[in-house]
Design a protein around this ligand. Structure first.
Ligand SMILES: Cc1cc2nc3c(=O)[nH]c(=O)nc-3n(C[C@H](O)[C@H](O)[C@H](O)COP(=O)(O)OP(=O)(O)OC[C@H]3O[C@@H](n4cnc5c(N)ncnc54)[C@H](O)[C@@H]3O)c2cc1C
Length: 412
């Protein structure tokens, strides 16, 4: 099906990460002329390796399940929190509430996973061009008409009925439109590196994501098991604590903090680092709208929420899925208004707000999930459902009515 002008596309997508690949696969499989423009050459490294179980239904719709099942990606069945003193808490096992395969998920090396997702989009009929950087979105009278790209040394314009920004934290369009707003209370940064030979737990805990508080509880470590005995280790904290002092060497900061953290130190005692340390900063933020006339934002290009619950790829997939359905309806109706293209906005932002509230609870140094669970055991299931990613229903949000008495929660 093509509803575009004679030499344009129905949809052009900026960025071939998980969000862009999801929109691309779902639109192309419904017959729309779809082009994905990716500035890098894949495979390329990317942070964000731990998935949430509720990615399952999107993988199923994308035809990705068999491809991931056939991989060597470790199965993730739980999340475990470890105190600053090194005390392990009881893991949150996703399968305890529902034993199906959909209650487990995977830890994914992003270079390979993102390549699989983009190959899948191409297999569904999307055209994918690598090494092409989008410079800007073209507007005529407030309506997006296409993009200007830099391909090698040449620039050219590509026209489309709908422009999707899936450019990740580059957030090309929300910056161009000046609608990107930081989330002041969640301005963290991260230093991360990869290790071989880390001490893993066994059995159903072998693939768990482990979150370990730093001593001052202002920051935390992630420990994510990947294939080939590689473990992703990262430190998240306010940028002032990460990037000042210690000669401004991120690797020295990371390894000094590991040495001070009993829960991390014992896991890495026999491990050796492979490769350099990486840094990233300036999260979190969101755009004030998901869509306008002829354009839609998905994934990190719309909003980035602190990574403590590993919600990024899940939200990239879900927003990509919601957006693809709205774009399909808009193309069929020939109505590219912001109202129609952003028909999913309330559902997406309500779900993200539940996740945001749980993030605020994590960073409240006076709040304890353990104490809360002992006082309100009836809400334990709500917490597990949030950790799974079951956020697109109102019922699970009931927990925040009570948690609001313990934590200063953010407004919607
Ligand atoms: C420290 C940290 C830890 C994280 N940990 C996790 C985790 O454990 N689990 C999790 O689910 N998420 C995690 N995330 C979040 C996760 O990385 C993102 O949410 C996820 O990658 C978003 O997918 P996306 O497709 O929106 O963007 P991306 O994956 O960033 O893809 C965007 C693509 O757009 C391309 N692009 C950018 N600009 C242009 C342009 N101008 N023209 C063409 N192409 C362009 C880029 O090259 C890139 O390939 C973490 C993030 C951080 C910062």
């Amino acid at each position: 099906m093509s509803t575009s002008g004679k030499d344009g596309y129905d949809c052009v997508i900026i960025g071939g990460g998980p969000a862009g690949a999801t929109v691309g696969a779902l639109l192309a499989s419904r017959g729309h002329r779809t082009l994905i423009l990716e500035r890098e050459h894949f495979p390329r490294p990317h942070i964000g390796e731990s998935l949430m179980p509720q990615t399952y239904s999107t993988f199923k719709r994308l035809g990705m399940l068999d491809k991931i099942r056939a991989s060597d990606f470790p199965r993730k069945e739980s999340v475990q929190f470890v105190s600053a003193g090194g005390k392990d808490s009881q893991p949150y096992y996703f399968t305890d509430r529902d034993p199906g395969e959909w209650s487990t998920t995977w830890q994914v090396p992003r270079d390979r996973f993102d390549q699989m997702m983009l190959d899948n989009a191409r297999d569904h009929g999307a055209e994918v061009r690598y090494g092409v950087r989008v410079e800007k979105v073209i507007f005529e009278a407030d309506c997006a008409k296409g993009v200007t790209v830099l391909d090698g040394a040449a620039t050219c314009d590509i026209h489309a009925s709908v422009v999707v920004d899936a450019s990740g934290t580059a957030a090309l369009l929300s910056r161009q439109l000046g609608i990107r707003e930081p989330e002041p209370r969640l301005q963290n940064g991260a230093i991360y590196a990869y290790y071989k030979g880390a001490r893993r737990d066994s059995g159903r805990n072998a693939g768990a994501t482990i979150i370990i508080h730093t001593q001052d509880r202002k920051g935390w470590f992630w420990f994510i098991p990947l294939p080939d005995d590689t473990t992703s280790v990262g430190l998240v904290a306010p940028p002032a604590d990460l990037f000042s002092g210690r000669g401004n060497d991120p690797l020295v900061t990371l390894e000094t903090e590991i040495a001070k953290c009993p829960g991390m130190k014992r896991r890495l005692a026999q491990a050796r680092r492979v490769g350099q340390a990486y840094v990233t900063s300036d999260f979190s933020y969101r755009a004030t709208r998901t869509a306008g006339h002829g354009w839609v934002l998905v994934g990190d290009a719309f909003s980035f929420l602190d990574p403590v619950y590993s919600s990024g790829v899940f939200l990239a997939l879900k927003s990509g899925e919601f957006a693809a359905d709205a774009i399909h309806d808009a193309l069929v109706a020939g109505d590219m208004s912001g109202k129609r293209l952003g028909a999913f906005e309330r559902k997406l932002t309500s779900g993200m707000h539940l996740m945001r509230q749980l993030v605020y609870a994590f960073y409240d140094t006076s709040f304890s999930f353990g104490r809360f669970a002992r006082e309100y055991p009836q809400y334990q299931d709500h917490i597990v459902r949030l950790l799974i990613g079951d956020v697109f229903n109102d019922e699970v949000g009931e927990v925040f009515g009570v948690m609001g008495d313990w934590v200063d929660l953010p407004p919607p």
